[in-house]
Design a protein around this ligand. Sequence first.
Ligand code: PLP
Length: 288
Amino acid sequence: MAFESSRTCWVDGAYVAERDARISIFDRGVLFGDGVYEVAAAFNGRLLDADLHLARLARSLGAIRIEGAQSAEAWIEIMQSLLDRNGIDEGFVYLEVTRGVADRDFPFPADTAPTQFAYARPKRLRDDPNAAGIALASVPDIRWSRRDIKSVALLAQVLAKQTAREAGAFEALMHHDGVVTEGGSSNVWIVQGGVLRTRMLSNDILAGITRAVVVDLARELGLPVDERPFTITEARDADECFMTSATSFVLPVTSIDGHEVGDGAPGRHTSAVRAAYLERAERLTRHS
Ligand code: PLP
């Protein structure tokens, strides 16, 4: 990978050029996928919902018992600084915390400080070309049973999203025996008869921050939300389908496994929810 000489990231307390960023081959994130991460959007040069992302980071860290990570306040300062130093107006910040560096042994090492790092990237969010509609391909969900933890062990999603890519789709629609869990890196919603439906929170899915915001926005728009599982067939036959994630906001799904959803164009409720999401992002980040 070619590193742009001007890009700066943050590794364990220091801002460094990306080409100089290093972690150990004995890092437990490398050896075991023993770590968690977060991704928050940047809009108008400001972090969006950083507090919600850092609250989820605290939950993920607690669930896998990593101690000694820095505070939410410290993270917010670093994340904002990465946007400023890299001149990013629209994009995202990625951060990761692993259990740290130790000789390879499965149980937790004693007295090891976590490894912490972050970087920022530009991405078009307002004028995302995918807002014209994306394709999903269904893929069996082969993950472990604690999908509520935002773990860096993402091999199942790597394989699912590669399968989707090879099928010409943008995102994987992961399912268990035909019942949808979530997208490869997104939550998935259907709209039927004016009612929005998305799977309820449990250990089976990640509690998406965008999902939570969209639940509130839908209610503000007067759209009922039904938090219940649905099948691939129900998604294919729905009036509308969309996916949500921090770095794509709300994207219309216009085909599933090659079948058009609705009339094959972004649905009106989906468009209303995306517009409401963008308006909220604008309101929360506009420079005063
Ligand atoms: N589900 C999975 C498996 C994810 O990886 C993600 C995001 O990466 C989401 C859902 C969406 O979560 P968020 O809206 O917090 O980005």
